[in-house]
Design a binder for this molecule. Structure first.
Ligand code: AHM
Ligand code: MG
Length: 336
């Protein structure tokens, strides 16, 4: 018997159990999460076979952000869009890989809007390194119509958020705003089993994740901030180590489990960050806060940012609450 089977609780069971605490629920949210799980299985299957069936490489297109679209990016996007379109739970979508909103035809529309990064960590796709899907879920604001305003909302209005990491195993993590729970896909039976319940980001931050080669572009506060972390390693022993995968979703997952902080600061020169507000920073910030952590761009709590475009970017510091607070202090002390 597998370890997963010993735990026994499937994703669907867990979602339905939580829904039973809400007598008014119509079941759409449970259905939506189950369908996201299905999309994750389909994408996971493609990721696992990518090297065998020539799914690696670029499509030759550039996306709206000027980045080369990888074949698996396109496949993951089309899979996620199609599964959500058919789910009957979604009215409107936004994706990293789509220039504009993705509308769902009237008869198939449901109560929710979803923003997602279908395959985060594009630079790692062809080299067998962990990648993942990130999603943010909002309830639509008007039962009759949908508009850009349904998507361009502060992250604090999310009703749920999650991600699926295609790593050494496939893990789906989601939060409904009350708990953060992790499910692992058992490939032998195609089912997700609950493997970490009510996750809390550890108080002690053992891991520092940042692309250090961006140092020339960092704002003034980042150098002293990192020096402060590294100085914790002294004669008494090593307390902190560096781990940076280059897939935000996988870096975040590791830090959520082990305790750590991830930074992709705003560039001092341009005043812009790299990571996108709607489908990268917001969902992970939502999960971090529910797990007892925090997320900021240095100046503003991520969940309070008001996006003005689908692909807005921001700086990101995310992880344990003390580490994120210290980033704010360093910014006050050393400036941008
Ligand atoms: P992507 O969504 O196109 O993959 O871009 C986002 C990724 C993040 O996963 C990761 O943290 C970051 O880009 C890495 O960027 P860099 O190579 O500049 O360090
Ligand atoms: Mg991404």
């Amino acid at each position: 018997m597998s370890m997963a089977a010993d735990f026994g609780v499937t994703l669907t069971q867990h979602v339905l159990r939580k829904q039973s605490g809400h007598p008014d629920a119509r079941g759409q949210f449970s259905q939506l999460l189950t369908q996201i799980g299905v999309a994750g299985k389909l994408i996971s299957a493609q990721v696992r076979r990518a090297g065998l069936i020539e799914l690696w490489g670029e499509t030759g297109e550039l996306n709206v952000q000027g980045e080369h679209v990888q074949r698996l990016d396109r496949i993951a996007n089309d899979t996620f869009v199609e599964v959500l379109r058919r789910s009957g739970c979604v009215a409107l979508m936004a994706s990293e890989e789509e220039d504009d909103l993705v509308h769902v035809p009237e008869p198939m529309r449901g109560d929710y809007v979803v923003a997602f990064d279908p395959l985060d960590g594009s630079s790692n796709i062809d080299v067998n390194v962990s990648i993942g899907t990130i999603f943010a879920i909002y309830r639509r604001t008007d039962p009759e119509t949908v508009s850009m305003a349904d998507i361009l909302r502060p992250g604090r209005e999310q009703v749920a958020a999650g991600y699926i990491v295609y790593g050494s195993s496939t893990a789906l993590v989601y939060s409904d705003g009350q708990t953060v729970d992790c499910f692992t896909l058992d490939p032998s039976c195609g089912e997700y089993f609950l493997t970490r319940e009510n996750m809390r980001i550890p108080k002690a931050s053992n891991v520092l994740s940042i692309n250090e080669c961006n140092e020339p572009y960092w704002p003034k506060w980042v150098g002293p901030y990192l020096a402060g972390i590294k100085a914790r390693n002294d004669d008494a022993g090593r307390k902190v180590t560096s781990r940076h995968i280059g897939s935000l979703v996988a870096d975040f997952h590791r830090n959520l489990v082990k305790g750590g902080v991830f930074l992709y600061p705003t560039e001092a020169r341009t005043g812009r960050g790299k990571l996108r507000v709607l489908y990268e920073c917001n969902p992970l910030a939502f999960i971090a806060e529910v797990a007892g952590g925090a997320a900021t761009n240095g100046l503003t709590r991520i969940l309070d940012l008001v996006p003005t475009g689908l692909h807005d970017r921001t700086g990101l510091v995310i992880g344990g609450i003390d580490e994120v607070e210290r980033a704010r202090e360093c910014l006050d002390l050393y400036g941008v």
